[in-house]
Ligand binder design. Sequence first.
Ligand code: XMP
Length: 319
Amino acid sequence: DWTMAEFKKTKIAEIREQVGDGKVICGLSGGVDSAVAAVLIHEAIGDQLTCVFVDHGLMRMGEADQVVSLFRGSYNIPLVHVEAETLFLGGLKGETDPEKKRKFIGKTFIDVFEEEAKKIGGAAFLAQGTLYPDVIESVSFTGGPSVTIKSHHNVGGLPERMNMELVEPLRELFKDEVRDLGRELGLPDVFVGRHPFPGPGLAIRIPGEVTRERCEILRKADAIYLEEIRNAGLYDAIWQAFAVLLPVKTVGVMGDGRTYDSVCGLRAVTSTDGMTADVYPFDAAFLTRVATRIVNEVKGINRVVYDYTSKPPGTIEWE
Ligand code: XMP
């Protein structure tokens, strides 16, 4: 794509100009945006860049490993992988309030990131995969509209605290353009095409208390749902699809026995920027197949429901 090739060249020059021979740290979230930012910056300044992946243990099945092998293996980008599941799950213990869960995860993420950044030492720059819609939505952090719907998870406040300058090469781009840029940089299609994933991860897809066991149950259901979506050839037509695990138990029947297990909700939406969204209209046979597989294959779930709410009035995530 000619336009993206030009954009890439311009940005690489700008990054070199801004950074000089300074050191840059980039936090990887596991998502597309931070990955594209990191690969672009690495192309500009090589090993002046170090990536830090704070692994909160709240990723989907297999995703943390994919990030690590992509960066260390394919790109040979210096990567610090901080395995912090115990720290995050420990702090979430007993917490059921959505905003408190978000705030705890955001704060802990920053604490861990800061500690690692100090260990690396001497970085004057912090890179972020901020996109244009983030620039608009984050007005609410800085005293814009007084209603905060949800505290978004990012490393806001960290640059000032650590006295670092931001490098944000994706600030003018929308999601589809970031994907084009990612392809231009040679990132694999399955990675670039990934659905967005929220910073607080599975914690906000488990209303109520988050435990390791509930994360595991959700990971299995979510993997089945996404596998069926890919098999049906629908993945790229959907903006985001995911399972949620509800803190509600219902009665069911399995064989000749009674079950009493959790409800799993399925969500799938179309959108262009996540600010508004429409429900994806799966056909009944598809939903039936997914529900049957989840109830049969995932211990701990005995009922599946489909979320038919658009945004607004719903949000995409459940918390
Ligand atoms: P909502 O649920 O507000 O989500 O309709 C809109 C889009 O934002 C994603 N999302 C987040 N992304 N940190 C992120 O990086 C967050 O804290 C966060 N919360 C929601 C959500 O997945 C959807 O794409």
